[in-house]
Design a protein around this ligand. Structure first.
Ligand code: LMR
Length: 330
């Protein structure tokens, strides 16, 4: 018997052939250089996704704010003009207050403590805290602990008094500098180097990898190794886009992201230490190491910020974060 080929059948066959012929395009935009934890992570995600899902997924990576910058990338994601981002956690303030926990000064002793919090239920829960805004958190990526850079040597909190610091758009960070008598200016990451160079601001806070890759050390004669807070990322997608992908592709991409996150988080500290050493050797800036008493003075000065934000962030979240430190304090 001859097979009966209907017009509807032909149309369906053509449609499914078209679906398979067109790879899903994932634009991954970010604001930092490629030789940083986030820059490397984005490239590794592209490589693995295209290797393991050939012809099905195509990933375009746009570093250095070349597609979108701090001011517009999250709205672009919600509008599906870009499909993956990894903004630093301070940049989610207008979508959720809870994620601000990561910006509280001296809350985490080190990156290992941050890691433990991100793996616990409370930390995982924050990945889903923006789903009503069409934003789904897929993973946390480390950059590193922040250091204070300035035009003047900062040893005690009073040394920062009267200086203006560039900050990310975060009320917590504003309060942190306010606590030591400094003023702040919210600027996009792409503007920081020029602002430091021209003296629009006199200081900033960043992990070593961001300072080195954007040459900030060449315009900041002093960098104090404060490790006073963390600069980490949340890899986020547009919820409708991510959930709308065929299941098999989505599961494979999520497995790839797990693998990439593991590598980024494993290497971030090493990369930051290598950049610290490069800065030290460049001789442009004095790297100031604090004594235990000096670091304690910064902690004492900035600690009241926790109280200030307890009701907006949630006491339970702050408590859960505090308990991941090995050394318990009162
Ligand atoms: C900053 O604005 O300082 C950082 O969030 C940049 C980044 O993405 O690491």
């Amino acid at each position: 018997m001859k097979p009966i080929i209907t017009l509807a059948g032909l149309v369906l066959a053509a449609a499914s052939a078209w679906v398979q012929a067109e790879p899903i395009v994932i634009k991954f935009s970010h604001v930092v250089a490629e030789d940083t934890p986030k820059g490397k992570g984005a490239l590794m995600f592209k490589r693995l996704a295209e290797e393991r899902l050939p012809g099905q997924v195509s990933v375009e990576v746009y570093p250095n704010s070349t597609l979108f910058g701090d001011a517009d990338e999250l709205e672009a994601l919600r509008n599906d003009d870009v499909q993956l981002l990894a903004p630093s956690l301070a940049k989610f303030e207008q979508y959720t207050k809870q994620v601000q926990v990561f910006d509280l000064p001296f809350l985490f002793d080190d990156l290992d403590a941050v890691n433990r919090f991100q793996k616990r239920a409370k930390g995982r829960q924050l990945l889903r805290s923006m789903e009503d805004k069409n934003l789904t958190g897929l993973a946390y990526w480390h950059n590193g602990m922040k250091q204070l850079s300035a035009t003047r040597a900062l040893r005690m909190p009073r040394d920062a008094s009267g200086l203006s610091f560039r900050i990310q758009p975060s009320a917590v960070l504003e309060a942190q500098f306010d606590a030591v008598g400094a003023t702040t200016r919210k600027l996009a990451f792409a503007e920081v180097y020029d602002a430091l160079k021209t003296g629009t601001v006199q200081g900033a806070e960043n992990p070593w990898s961001n300072i080195y890759s954007k040459k900030m050390h060449t315009v900041q004669p002093y960098i104090t190794e404060t490790n006073h807070g963390v600069l980490d990322y949340m890899v986020v997608s547009n919820t409708r886009f991510w959930m709308g992908m065929p299941h098999k592709i989505r599961f494979e991409l999520e497995a790839i992201l797990d693998e990439v996150s593991y590598m980024v988080n494993l290497e971030a500290e090493q990369l930051n230490q290598a950049d610290r050493e490069r800065i030290r050797q460049s001789g442009t800036s004095e790297v100031i190491t604090l004594t235990q008493e000096e670091r304690e003075a910064w902690r004492e000065a900035m600690r009241p910020v926790w109280q200030q934000f307890e009701s907006v962030i949630g006491a339970d979240i702050i408590k859960a974060a505090e308990t991941v430190n090995r050394k318990q304090r009162n």
